[in-house]
Write a protein that binds this ligand. Sequence first.
Ligand code: IZC
Ligand code: ZN
Length: 423
Amino acid sequence: MRVDLIIKNIGKLVTCKDLGRPKIGKEMNELEIIENAYIAIRDGKVIEIGVEDGYKSIANNYTKIEDAKGLLVTPGLIDSHTHLVHGGSRENEFSKKLASVPYIEILNEGGGILSTVNATKNATEQQLYDKAKKSLDRMLELGVTTAESKSGYGLELETELKQLKVSNKLGKEHPIDLVHTFLGAHAVPVEYKTNHKPFIDEVVNKMMPKVKELGLAEFCDVFCEEGVFTIEETEYILSKAKQMGYKLKIHADEIVSLGGAELAAKLNCTSADHLMAASEDGLKMMAKNNVIANILPGTSFNLNKAYANARKMIDLNVGVSLSSDYNPGSCPSENLQFVMQLGCLGLKMTPYEVLNAVTINAAYCIDRQNEVGSIEIGKKADFVVFDAPNVEYLMYHFGINHVNQVYKNGTLVVDNKHVIYNN
Ligand code: IZC
Ligand code: ZN
């Protein structure tokens, strides 16, 4: 048997084992942890997991053997909600934000998302690529090996396509695998403020078919919020998207309780994201229809808002995932480890729940559960060696990067905390 690589001497191997569906309820607080483990890899995939020196019987002269030095190994982390590709930044709005001017008010004055739309329109493809690549390198150094990436800073065909092309190119060229989402209904351009209909028609009749035809996005998402898109508008856009073959997501009940959770259940969305203001009925409907609750506590932290009620979601058997929401407005940080720490400190989730939420449940959130999210035979050899003695330590010792090494498809891409892949 040919074995390309063996990682031996893993102090604690946390597999985040796939149950064949998202983890819910008490399952979220369960982790399989194998002590003194090794992983064997061939062609970028895991082919064997064992303990102690069992690897000696499968290693041969061609097998590379690496030593994890007794440290903690987890699946590569998955960031299942990002606004990765965009021009510019919004620190010019920071003082307003600190003076408690609401996020939606800044947007309605033509700032916020609309200012990033301008910066994205004015940026070349190369500029967008270089900026997003820098963010991806940071994510990789923090242990992320798969991420979702949304458009939504064009609000017209040409710029939406530009963003999605950059995203797709990065997905092919960067070690982090990307899953692409069309978010044409991210804000209403100023000229359509009093009449959304012609803009929605552009999104549905012009942008969605073209993006689909070019194969640039597999999910469609809408920012459903008071002052942005209503429940009825969101339902219309996403129903059309479903007919065109998109899988669905909603920015739901972030600031105002509009019934986004209920709509996500009705449309069988893969996930509903944010949910700080979601109703209990909506959450129950999500549980029934297997919609993942994708919580973004970095945004609550940054906007100084209440955290989503993760404990209730877990009690109601909703599958919970966590992600960064990395974007230039409400969460200008790529740091998923900080989000994990907020998962404990802000959402009151346990460290085990948090780890399941950024691995296997995050994989379900972007429909990649067959490839990633757990360390198991047949899945991609994506994993992180943390300079930590156990899972709890990752969330307890906050504000620093615990990563030592990152492996993507069985290749070492981060060593000593820095990217080392060739590009
Ligand atoms: O650029 O503000 N919430 N969309 C919805 C965002 C945040 C991104 C942004
Ligand atoms: Zn978002």
